[in-house]
Design a binder for this molecule. Structure first.
Ligand SMILES: [Zn+2]
Length: 424
């Protein structure tokens, strides 16, 4: 018996397929659509607010020597402001910021490859860099048809120091380096503010083991410029079909459906959930997360954030049912992380695009490369898997995170580095 309707799910995906940035009114609008959808089949849902840090920021960047030219940049949110008339200093390109690249950067404006990662940013701060420039995009960017994205100097970065930071296009970075830029001026005017983001939560009580909770997670926010249908409207509507199925077929165990806001700015929605539902976490035995789906050209994956035996079970179970997914044991950069960090094992389902056949985190994440049929492939997997596990006679998954996974989570959350920063 088919437990879902991929066309209905695809129609809902189209309905929430507008840009839904963390803490924006559009994000809240999508939350209300998800809540109303739950209520349309008799499942009551609540919208739970939580605070996120944000900022309004303006920035400029100019090369002063050996030529003069201004470049379009986006300032990092929450980065230190410069004086109103800017900060002028020598400019140096430090590539990946290896120790050799950082011998002589004190007080300078530095350009690095890519975006800011904790170890890289930490080395820049320890070397005394005064301002940071990162790059975004591609040297083939068509300026009219691509966007320069804003980033945030997240608290995990600011733990190592705060400096003015801007992002420019990779194609501009190439010109700057190729022309031997040696002196620059950067202006960042940052105004921090607190915004409210929202999780949508619904629960169906278990008929036999109501005290055991399995939660479904999917983030419904997007990044700026992106319609966020592949990432992750798709997971949101897959879980909506699961909610509909279990609302109509009461499960043995309690199932909770969580549509998370603000995942894209650092898993803020799921972090808020585990913080605000601390007392209930003892009852959570498993988490099912769905993040990215529906590309026509692609393949399904199942990442088990839990014991090795669950990987084998998952692999066998999918094969027995004729379901195709690449199965592995690993963490997954999504809302299952805060759960696993609290000792709750998880599985992460996705349908990833084939190379060149799907776009993420930019204006090209649109319905164009998605289909209801492809969405249905992940729906089949999620519902077959979830229905079997949630209605198991005995819940077979041990509530335990193996050491290798624990280590990966700690690394992902930069626990060691943050503890060192705190100790200073
Ligand atoms: Zn995502």
């Amino acid at each position: 018996m088919k437990k879902y309707d991929e066309n209905r799910a695809f129609a809902l995906l189209d309905k929430i397929g507008f840009t839904r940035v963390a803490g924006s009114s559009e994000e809240l609008k999508a939350a209300k659509i998800l809540k109303a959808e739950c209520e349309s089949f008799g499942l009551s849902a609540v919208i739970e607010p939580f605070e996120i840090e944000s900022a309004e920021v303006e920035a400029t960047f100019e090369i002063l020597e050996p030529y003069r030219k201004s470049y379009t940049v986006r300032g990092y949110q929450c980065a230190e402001s410069t004086a109103a008339d800017g900060f002028t200093a020598d400019f140096v390109y430090v590539e990946n910021a290896l120790p050799v690249d950082l011998l002589n950067v004190k007080g300078k404006i530095v350009l690095v490859n890519g975006f800011l990662r904790v170890p890289l940013y930490r080395s820049l701060m320890e070397a005394g860099a005064a301002a940071v420039v990162t790059m975004d995009g591609d040297i083939h960017d068509d300026l009219e048809n691509t966007d320069l994205h804003q980033r945030k100097l997240r608290s995990a970065l600011r733990a190592f120091g705060n400096a003015p930071a801007v992002q420019l296009r990779t194609v501009d970075a190439m010109e700057i380096v190729n022309k031997g830029a040696s002196r620059a001026k950067v202006t960042v005017q940052n105004k921090n503010l607190t915004l409210t983001s929202h999780n949508v939560i619904a629960e169906i009580k278990g008929t036999e083991h109501p005290e055991q909770i399995i939660s479904f997670g999917a983030h419904y926010d997007s990044v700026e410029f992106s319609k966020g249908v592949y990432d992750n409207g798709a997971g949101s509507v897959i879980n909506m079909e699961a909610a509909r199925w279990f609302a109509q077929h009461p499960p043995k165990r309690t199932v909770k459906f969580c549509w998370y806001g603000s995942e894209e700015i650092g898993l803020e929605g799921s972090k808020a959930f585990v913080r605000d539902h601390k007392d209930e976490l003892k009852d959570h035995v498993f988490m099912i997360n769905v993040d990215v789906g529906a590309p026509i050209l692609g393949y399904n994956t199942a990442a088990v954030t839990g014991e090795e035996s669950l990987v084998h079970y998952t692999d066998y179970m999918l094969k027995i049912n004729g379901l195709s997914a690449v199965t592995r044991q690993s963490i997954y950069s999504s809302d299952s992380i805060p759960f696993a960090d609290n000792g709750i094992p998880a599985i992460n389902f996705s349908r990833d695009g084939a190379k060149g056949a799907a776009y993420i985190h930019n204006r090209f994440d649109t319905m164009e490369f998605l289909s209801a049929e492809a969405l249905g492939k992940t729906l089949e997997i999620v519902l077959t898997y979830a229905d079997t596990l949630i209605n198991a006679a005995v819940f077979p998954v041990e509530k335990k995170i193996p050491d290798n996974i624990k280590e990966d989570i700690d690394k992902y959350l930069y626990k060691k580095e943050l503890a060192e920063a705190e100790a200073k």
